[in-house]
Design a protein around this ligand. Structure first.
Ligand SMILES: [Zn+2]
Length: 320
């Protein structure tokens, strides 16, 4: 991310102007949530000047100006979002010195090695219940220059998040799913846990390192999963363990319908319905690890029994 932090911070501060000019929203008051998945009857969204984001107190989404550009203009990649904001507010266009198009392949491996070598300089993941062994297993590193935890997705694409400011960045490169390589070798007995965020998947692995899990990074990436199902002709089973909020639930429902169409078993479940405070798997891990483990064991066992029975039945049908 060769553009300066100051430049991005400056663009982020245009959020109130953006809301006013392009949404006729006065950011001093609560307003209707901008999440298209959330039908917000009472205005639940509020602008935070401290973080330069707007946050929904009902479905919990947080948007900065670039997220809104993605939603409003369908622009997925960060570079083009930055250019768009610069354009809208007459700012000088940024100078990126990495290749600008997603189809130009960038090899990030030396960057991963650099970040991995600095992994002990941040205890951010440990503070979220993810230990160093897991971090090492998944080659997760720390970029001290940008104060970001760096999660490689593959050689040419990574996801990074700030340790203090909650900022999230996806590198150049196509939006792949985190850990999607496990789908290369699955069969009809396998149960794959699909989560929204990498830290959610890591939270499951923190409980049971044999669990098979992939993470979407962003709910809209579910389309990549459908593509893979068709491309690889997958016949495994998916557990849809999205966040327990309206966006998560609405995507679970849509995904379930699509999986039926594809002839693939999917199970929309929540592993955290009996938690008091947690809205996602990582919060649950921190709130009560034992309870989360019991929930996971319970569902995992039940679902595997179900799958085994279904597969036996299918074989039986075949013999007839
Ligand atoms: Zn909302």
């Amino acid at each position: 991310m060769e553009i300066s932090k100051g430049y991005i911070t400056d663009l982020k501060s245009y959020l109130p102007d953006y809301l006013l000019t392009y949404h006729s929203i006065n950011s001093r008051n609560f307003f209707r949530c901008l999440n298209p998945e959330h039908e917000d009857k009472n205005p639940s969204m509020h602008y935070s000047d401290k973080y330069k984001i707007c946050k929904c107190f009902s479905c919990n989404v947080r948007y900065d100006i670039f997220d809104l550009i993605r939603l409003d203009y369908g622009i997925d990649n960060f570079h083009d979002q930055v250019v768009k904001v610069a354009e809208l507010f007459g700012k000088k266009k940024p100078q990126f010195n990495y290749p600008e198009k997603d189809y130009v392949i960038v090899d990030y491996n030396s960057y991963y090695i650099f970040c991995f070598n600095h992994r002990f300089e941040s205890d951010y993941l440990q503070s979220r219940g993810i230990d160093m062994d897991l971090q090492e297993e998944y080659n997760i590193g720390y970029d001290p220059k940008n104060d970001k935890i760096v999660f490689p997705i593959n050689d040419n694409c990574f996801f990074a998040r700030g340790t203090k400011d909650d900022s999230k960045i996806k590198s150049k490169g196509k939006s792949y799913l985190w850990n999607e390589k496990i789908l290369d070798d699955v069969d009809s007995n396998d149960l794959i846990y699909v989560t929204e965020g990498i830290i959610d998947s890591l939270s499951l692995l923190a409980i049971d390192k044999n669990i098979k899990t992939i993470s979407l990074n962003s709910l809209s990436n579910i389309k990549r999963l459908f593509e893979l199902c068709e491309e690889k002709n997958l016949n495994c089973n998916f557990v849809l363990a999205f966040d327990n909020d309206s966006a998560g639930l609405s995507y679970q429902k849509k995904a379930e319908e699509k999986f039926i169409e594809l002839g693939i078993n999917s199970f929309p479940i929540t592993l955290i319905s009996n938690f008091k405070r947690s809205k996602d798997l990582n919060e649950a891990l921190l709130e009560d690890k034992e309870l989360l483990k019991r929930n996971l064991d319970f569902f995992d066992t039940q679902l595997k029994i179900f799958i085994e029975k279904t597969n036996q039945k299918d074989e039986g049908d075949y013999e007839l």
